[in-house]
Design a protein around this ligand. Structure first.
Ligand code: SF4
Length: 752
């Protein structure tokens, strides 16, 4: 065990011991408590040798518990009745004996327990419990849920679902909640940390951290629900798209951020942290979970005992430490929801199931670990100390469990379930169940054999997943961009999802600056550089201007200087190479003519869909024997080899073909048209990757797209092609259910 784990273990043991000692004190009348604490100090006197650390921890627990100056039992000890009526069920309560001794009045005692020597004899005279054996955890949960439903069908409500195994019962609860109208009252509750109210607390603390990410801030804003949905959407969209916040969202965010100000403190006493947190969260209102969270954290000003006040005044955590403490408290706390009216099922611990009018009992987890196992000794107090101080000993705890189980078997028809395996470890029958069965055998009562659980199976029609191919005749988009055409070619179904359903992945928040951002910045920089460069000029002037434009544009685009630093270093080496390339272009007679040019080609006979696109750059050359020529240039920051591979198969190059088709279709269509990719970040400088005879490719592109479009309008399905690398990187893989159908299309199915 590492040091951190050892510390956690020791702290938990210390807290448990303090609680146990506190309970020991409260079992005494107030007047006898000082003497009891004195006895406890004697019994837990410091010692040396083996066990001295445990003893020292036990002493701390003792002094901590002794600081508490009150007990839950004080009000009972203060009563002065003329008589007591005592019902004994489920074993001995020590404080009860002390109470009766302290108030010597007549007592009517009803003993509901069987003698400890034969605890199951009374239950043996009743109908036998059914014993069901399951293979594993899920099997047992399903079986328990089925038994509850069966009992309810037999009109045995309310059914007690005994929580021997919390995880198992939580699963049973979840299964039962699938039944419409089912009312379950969970008296055991579940972790406070899993409630929405606890999540709101934690998200507020994480958002208040000095380096809080936008993810953390957004989580808080969503859980806090203080902003109107439209404002929140606008804020989230701007953050995801790395835009400046619109004014209304900006103002709303400032207001919300101000709310977190009470938590913007370096370090302060725990009590003040709690006041600050209470100020940020506001009143708990009617939400029972929020009320229980406030109570667990003492946000509502609920007074703790003296130990609490001392600890809250002395501890001075920073925000991170306070956040950890809150997380621990919420994780250790239990949320108990309010009871629904007339519940069908009551989830209850064994000790609270006694003498209650249940119609049936379902008890999963009745195995040798969950029921009747010998309890583990307290690591700090031990059985000898417990004996000396009148705390419950191991034998007493076991006897209480035995008597409680014996009572359970007398409450109502019971089903006891267990599984054979837990995480690879074999599980046996509960020793208490075995004793109960032996008692029945001794009395020659019915003792039916265990049953292996068999789920009731229903036949289900086979429904193999088919490759989707939605037919969209009237809903096809009125215009296509080059990237949309590429998507259509890659996989028509993906095109359907993106262009028709308009689905897209949300942009990640808080990502570091990506190459994509650098690419956008560089595109904008080159555009600005060329717009103001009216004619060729010396290389040193070009270089100086290109470098000078970088900084203001970075500020304009709101790019983080630190995050852009690695890219700026690359830019410093790119700039002189680019200028060299540009000077060579000047010498060859090329002129920059336009950048970021939006072009459109209206639908017509030849292509029945509008085509649109934005061309990075158009250059022109005039000094040629055969007249002027135009060159379409697309800037790329990717690998040169991939671009060369693309133009090697010209009919596969959608982008430059689409741009050429756009330029060739206008009234100003040039007689001579060229196109190329310009790879900007190659080590040797900008590399021209020319698409030869792009005019012919553009014509073939238009013909091919027109044919495809007519087919789609005629009812051809937008089939999921499901092939190659495209699928590996596809964000729609879950939507088309690519992993659930075979690559081969079913016979007769249209596939492109
Ligand atoms: S995973 Fe493959 S088949 Fe499915 S939509 Fe994407 S590209 Fe098409």
């Amino acid at each position: 065990m590492g040091r951190a784990a050892t510390f956690e273990h020791a702290a938990a043991a210390l807290a448990d011991a303090a609680h146990e000692l506190g309970r020991g004190a409260s079992a005494r009348p107030p007047a006898q408590r000082d003497a009891w604490w004195t006895l406890a100090r004697d019994v837990l006197a410091p010692m040396g040798g083996p066990g001295q650390t445990e003893r020292a921890l036990a002493r701390i627990a003792l002094e901590w518990a002794a600081l508490d100056d009150g007990a839950d039992t004080d009000r009972v000890f203060a009563l002065r009745p003329s008589a007591w009526i005592v019902v004994r069920a489920g074993g001995v309560e020590r404080w009860l004996g002390a109470l009766l001794d302290a108030t010597p009045v007549p007592v009517l005692e009803v003993v509901a327990d069987s003698p400890s020597a034969a605890p199951f004899d009374a239950a043996a005279r009743l109908p036998p419990p059914r014993r069901v054996v399951c293979t594993g955890f899920e099997d047992e949960a399903q079986a328990a849920a089925a038994e509850v439903l069966r009992a309810l069908a037999d009109r045995c409500a309310p059914v007690a679902l005994v929580a021997l195994d919390r995880a198992l019962v939580r699963r049973v609860h979840a299964l039962l909640e699938r039944t419409p109208g089912m009312r379950v009252h969970d008296e055991t509750g579940w972790r406070l940390s899993t409630t929405r109210a606890a999540a709101r607390v934690m998200t507020a603390l994480r958002a208040a951290a000095p380096q809080a990410s936008r993810d953390a801030c957004l989580d808080w804003l969503k859980s806090d629900a203080a902003l109107p949905a439209t404002t929140l959407q606008s804020l989230e969209a701007a953050w995801r798209e790395r835009r400046r916040l619109p004014p209304d969202a900006d103002a709303a965010w400032e207001t919300q951020r101000t709310r977190l100000a009470p938590l913007a403190v370096a370090r302060q006493p725990l009590a003040q942290w709690l006041q600050a947190l209470a100020a940020v969260l506001g009143p708990a209102g009617d939400d029972p979970a929020a009320q229980q969270v406030a109570a667990a954290l003492r946000l509502d000003g609920a007074a703790g005992g003296a130990p609490w006040h001392q600890a809250a005044g002395e501890a001075r955590p920073d925000l991170a430490g306070f956040t950890r403490w809150v997380d621990d408290v919420l994780d250790a706390g239990v949320y108990r929801p309010p009871a629904p009216p007339e519940p069908h099922v009551v989830v209850t611990p064994l000790a609270r199931a006694l003498l209650r009018p249940f119609g049936a009992v379902v008890c999963p987890g009745a195995d040798d670990r969950g029921l009747g196992a010998w309890p583990a000794p307290d690591p700090l107090l031990g059985d000898a100390v417990a004996q000396a101080l009148g705390l419950p000993t191991l034998a007493e705890r076991r006897e209480r469990e035995t008597l409680a189980f014996a009572q359970l078997l007398r409450v109502a028809p019971a089903v006891l379930l267990r599984r054979l395996d837990s995480g690879g470890e074999p599980l046996g029958a509960s020793p208490l169940v075995e004793r109960a069965m032996r008692a029945r055998e001794r009395q020659r009562a019915a003792c039916p054999a265990q049953q292996a659980w068999q789920p009731a199976l229903e036949p289900v029609e086979r429904a193999p997943q088919r490759r989707p191919a939605p037919v969209v005749v009237d809903g096809l988009p009125a215009r296509l961009s080059a990237s949309a055409v590429q998507a259509l070619r890659d996989c028509p179904y993906r095109f359907f999802a993106r262009a028709l359903l308009r689905l897209r992945e949300a942009e990640e928040l808080d990502l570091d600056l990506e190459k994509r951002d650098y690419g956008s910045w560089l595109h904008a920089l080159l555009l600005r550089f060329h717009v103001e460069r009216a004619e060729p000029r010396p290389a040193d002037e070009d270089l100086a201007r290109l470098l000078a434009l970088a900084e203001p544009l970075q500020a304009e685009q709101g790019l983080d200087a630190a995050q852009l630093l690695p890219f700026r270093a690359a830019f410093e080496t790119f700039a002189p190479r680019y200028v060299r390339w540009l000077q060579a272009r000047d010498a060859a007679g090329w002129h920059w003519r336009a950048g970021e040019v939006d072009r459109a080609r209206d639908a017509d006979e030849a292509l029945p869909v509008r085509l649109v696109g934005r061309i990075d750059r158009i250059d022109r050359i005039d000094r040629r024997a055969d007249g002027a020529a135009w060159q379409l240039i697309d800037y790329k920051t990717g690998a040169v080899d991939a671009l060369k591979k693309t133009v090697r198969e010209p009919l596969e190059d959608t982008q430059l073909a689409a741009y050429a088709a756009l330029v060739a279709s206008g009234d100003d269509a040039p007689a001579a048209l060229q196109a190329m990719y310009l790879a900007l970040d190659d080590r040797e400088g900008p590399v021209e990757v020319v698409h030869d005879d792009v005019g012919a490719t553009a014509a073939a592109f238009v013909d091919g797209l027109a044919a495809d479009w007519r087919d789609l309008r005629a009812g051809l399905g937008l089939a999921a092609l499901g092939e190659g690398q495209v699928c590996e990187r596809c964000e729609m893989r879950g939507l088309c259910r690519r992993d659930h159908w075979t690559a081969e299309p079913p016979a007769g199915e249209d596939a492109r």
